[in-house]
Every structure is written in C-alpha cells, then in structure tokens.
Design a protein around this ligand. Structure first.
Ligand code: C5P
Length: 289
C-alpha cells in the first residue's frame, strides 16, 4: 500500500551554492551594514535538504552542524519564522546533507534557509509568494533573498535589491583552503575599501572577467594567508577571484574537462570541486516555481 503523500513522504530539495562574480562595496550604512553591488550566480553543486511534515508542530533538524547551536541554525530559524508568519500548527523533520563549507562565501547557510522556506511552504500548503518568503529570509541574512527568488541577479543595497540577469555559464573550479572566514571580521576591518564608485548594471554586465573584482579580496588576503595562497595558486591556471568574504576562491574554465583536470591538480590539503554556473536555481526547477 502506498503511503498518503501528505503525512509521511520525504521531500528532497537542492540548496545550491552561489558565487559573487563581482563584489563592490559602495558605502556603509548607519547600522554598520555595507552597501554593495554584486552579481550573484548559482552553481550546480550544493547541499540537499530532506523534509517531512510533522503534525505536532515541532521542528527536528539532523544531524547537528559542528559549532552551530540548533537554535542558531538558519534552517531552524527559517522554519520558526515561517510558522510565526503563517500561524501554521504543523512541524517538520529536516535532514541536511551538507556538502558546502561553513564560512566559505558560497552562501550555504543562506541557501539552506531559502530551501527550508520554499520547501516548508510547499509541505505545509501555505501558498506564500516568493516576495513574502524573501522578506522573511532577509531577516535571517542578506544573502537569503537571492536564493528565494532563484534567478542570477544584480544585487544592490545590502544585497536584497535584486534585478534578474542572464550571465554566461562557464565551468568553475572552487577551492576551499580549509579556513573559516568570519564575515563580520572582514566587514569590520579598518583597511576595507568602502568607497568604490557605484557603476550601472549595464556597465557591470559589459565588464566581464577579468574586469570583475571583489573589494573584500585585499583584506581577506591580509587576514587569511591560506586564502591568499589558494587565490595565487588558482590564478596561475585561470582568472581567479574570491567569492563573498571567502574563504573560497574560484576560477573560470571553458569546459568541464578543463575544470576536472584542474580539480585533480589542486593540492591535497585543500578541498576543491568543479561546477557549472547556473542562471536559474535548481531549487525552483524541483518545485516548479
Ligand atoms: O547578513 P549576514 O548575516 O550574512 O551578515 C553577516 C555580517 O556581515 C553582518 O553582521 C555584518 O557585520 C556584515 N555585513 C555587512 N554588510 C553586508 C552584509 C553583511 O556589513 N551587506
């Protein structure tokens, strides 16, 4: 006998990584947050969330993430925010297959939160609009809305004013040099460049690599020598950049074969993967929205 879909079935959904293919810091707000200009693109590589509805209202997340208390986990916080906003009495079991590094600049935590918001909206039959889910997500982190909207985007403000764009979709090699970057330490560093003149979206899209750059890179290189090593190593093989505030460096390649060859050459003490740039999130393809 097949089980009824409503109660017991697991819903498995991707939580893709993102890259910042350009990151300019154009100002600082009174609350300390930085005004950015960025190009977000997704990767066909990421975490997977498995979600199952509970009738008792509880949120159970497994397994625990090392160093992250359950109530601080963005998945749990997203679930609680959605319960609060909707008044729903249902809960969920959530199992996280974690592949993305913490503090890597790939948006893993933000992507997990967005997948929880869209997945639970579906599991609980809430029917919320993406704009409503993105508003809930923004309260959890500046990078959550782009994952909720699910389209490569030109981002402004603190990264929440999003305009969908179509970028080229090369292969990337992403290298994680084994350190965790503390985003607040980078944004709080006195030497950080905070006054890059704003450019228009059209100009950003014309720019293209290698004109694209990340204003956090000089500061992150200085604070985290291992990140500088990874950027230098990758840069010898292909145009390389930092994503977000790091720790990951990425390089663009023209074919899957070139990307895989480069991954095979990455020094063993670093983690690396090859992935294709995507303009649409695989989460939205999985949910048909
Ligand atoms: O929003 P999120 O939790 O990812 O941000 C982490 C920290 O990074 C913030 O507390 C803030 O110190 C810094 N930040 C910033 N400007 C941004 C995004 C983050 O200063 N646009």
């Amino acid at each position: 006998m097949t089980e009824p879909m409503s109660e017991r079935a697991w819903l498995s959904l991707p939580a893709p990584a993102k890259l910042n293919r350009l990151l300019h810091i154009v100002g600082r707000r009174a609350d300390g947050y930085h005004e950015l200009q960025t190009l977000f693109q997704f990767l066909d590589h990421g975490d997977t969330l498995h979600l199952r509805r509970r009738e008792d209202g509880e949120i159970h997340l497994t397994p625990p993430l090392p160093g992250v208390a359950a109530h601080d986990n963005l998945i749990v916080r997203a679930a609680l925010a959605l319960q609060d906003a909707s008044g729903v009495q249902l809960g969920a079991d959530i199992h996280l297959d974690k592949r993305l590094p913490l503090g890597g600049g790939l948006g893993g935590g933000s992507s997990n939160a967005a997948t929880a918001l869209l997945g639970l909206d579906r599991l609980w039959d809430l029917g919320l609009e993406l704009d409503e889910l993105a508003d809930l997500g923004l309260a959890l982190g500046a990078d959550v809305p782009v994952f909720v909207h699910g389209h490569a985007a030109w981002g402004e403000g603190i990264g929440e004013r999003l305009t969908p764009v179509e970028l080229d979709t090369p292969w990337f090699v992403v290298v994680h040099p084994g350190v965790t970057v503390a985003t607040p330490a980078v944004f709080g560093a006195p030497q950080l460049t905070r006054d890059t003149p704003p450019i228009t979206m059209a100009r950003a899209l014309q720019g293209g690599a290698p004109g694209w750059r990340n204003d956090c890179e000089p500061t992150v290189r200085a604070l985290y020598p291992a990140v500088a090593d990874a950027l230098n190593w990758l840069g010898e093989h292909a145009p390389a950049m930092l994503t977000g505030t790091g720790a990951c460096a990425f390089a663009r390649l023209t074919s899957a074969a070139d990307a895989q060859r480069l991954v095979n050459d990455v020094p063993e003490h670093w983690q690396a993967f090859a992935a294709r740039g995507l303009n649409r999130s695989p989460l939205h393809a999985a949910l048909g929205r």
